[in-house]
Design a protein around this ligand. Structure first.
Ligand code: MYA
Ligand code: UBL
Length: 324
């Protein structure tokens, strides 16, 4: 049988045929079918028993999901034009990923974000997986600030642009500062109520956070809006791009009380940046110890808000709403 055609009738009568060439063809087909069966089996076994292969498969699926969703949703988003409303579509597209990956999200302090005020969110940035945590807590009219490179990622870039994501060129400081200043001016006027920034400026899976870039803090001070720090617990238990590890697990997202910027000016920005970073580092250290059993993270917390409240710069209205 050759591709469903019995050897006796193949090649058709009238053409020369030989038993050996028929046997050869049969062997090829058997080998081909065998290979076709073996490859998925080998892939399944590798996926099950090889952590690196498992990691790459899961990352590939993550990226394919994002590209597929962006391709699917962009035409609908385009009907509305560039609007923060389209963020709801992106959010809906990313929300199911945690179920597919078996990642449980716990959110602490979500009540802090339920306010009519405008504000800036700053958050630690571990990996592209942060998108799964972001969609758990991102307010309805919030736009992230992202690196310009995302804009050039085909349909993903188009989806981001249509959703009102603000792009900055990290390598052209003046341009980036202009974009941030313009955001501060237009925040009140336009439909955007909140801006989400990863102040580390790049992904970081180390135990301590990187020094913070100052754009988010200038933005909050220029717009005179409070800052809400958000801390994602470390992914070490279930994800590491260095160790090529990607299993199921739990991520805790802690929304810290707001930090006021009323009355602050650009000269207060360095201190404001350090105060917020320290509060986030404390929260991260506490979470590392409680979620991941790690005692060696940066300066173990002496109480989540204790140091931030105690060390706040003079004249800075840091709101300490938690009783600890
Ligand atoms: C379905 C499809 C789904 C697709 C989903 C996709 C979702 C995507 C989600 C998105 C996720 C995407 C995630 C991502 O893409 S993360 C990557 C992008 N994010 C960032 O880069 C974070 C924001 N960056 C900054 O804030 C930096 O500060 C910038 C880039 C502005 C400069 O950086 P730089 O490296 O140069 O350093 P520096 O901060 O030490 O500042 C140096 C000096 O400049 C002063 N300065 C700074 N800013 C201002 C200002 N505004 N007004 C006045 N002055 C300002 C500052 O005080 C300092 O001066 P001095 O104090 O030393 O005198
Ligand atoms: C026509 C060109 C087609 C290109 C196709 C590219 C395919 C890209 C595939 C999937 C895109 C997934 C995008 C997820 C975005 C997650 C946001 C993110 O994590 O960005 C990283 C950024 O914060 C910091 O970047 P670096 O750590 O400095 O690096």
């Amino acid at each position: 049988m050759l591709l469903g055609i019995p050897c006796a009738t193949y090649p058709p009568p009238g053409l020369s045929s030989s038993a050996s060439s028929c046997r050869g063809s049969m062997m090829e087909v058997v080998l081909l079918h065998g290979l076709l069966l073996l490859l998925p089996l080998a892939a399944l076994l590798l996926y099950r028993y090889n952590a690196t292969f498992h990691y790459f498969c899961k990352m590939a699926f993550f990226n394919c999901w994002i590209i597929a969703m962006a391709t699917l949703l962009s035409p609908f988003a385009a009907l509305r034009g560039r609007s923060v409303e389209n963020m709801k579509l992106l959010r809906a597209a990313i929300l199911p990923l945690k179920h597919l990956y078996g990642i449980k999200m716990k959110v602490w302090g979500s009540e802090h974000l339920k306010t009519e005020e405008l504000y800036v969110i700053v958050c630690n940035h571990q990996a592209s997986l942060d998108l799964m945590g972001m969609v758990e807590v991102i307010p309805d009219r919030c736009v992230p600030i992202a690196k310009k490179e995302l804009l050039y990622m085909g349909m993903v870039g188009w989806a981001c642009w249509l959703s009102g994501i603000i792009f900055i060129d990290r390598y052209r400081r003046e341009d980036a500062i202009n974009v941030i200043s313009q955001t501060a001016r237009t925040m009140r006027r336009e439909n955007v109520r909140e801006v989400w920034i990863f102040p580390e400026g790049t992904r970081n899976q180390d135990k301590s956070m990187l020094p913070f870039k100052r754009g988010a803090f200038h933005l909050a001070v220029e717009a005179q809006v409070p800052i809400f720090p958000i801390v994602f617990s470390p992914y070490w238990d279930f994800f590491s791009s260095k160790e090529k590890k990607f299993t199921s697990g739990t991520c805790t997202i802690q929304i810290l009380p707001k930090v006021e910027t009323q009355g602050l000016s650009s000269t207060d920005v360095p201190e404001l940046t350090e105060t917020v970073r320290q509060a986030m580092a404390d929260a991260l250290a506490e979470m590392s110890a409680s979620c991941c059993g790690d005692q060696s993270a940066e300066k173990p917390g002496e109480g989540l808000w204790t140091r931030a409240c105690r060390d706040r710069p003079r004249g800075m209205a840091l709101t300490c709403q938690r009783g600890d």
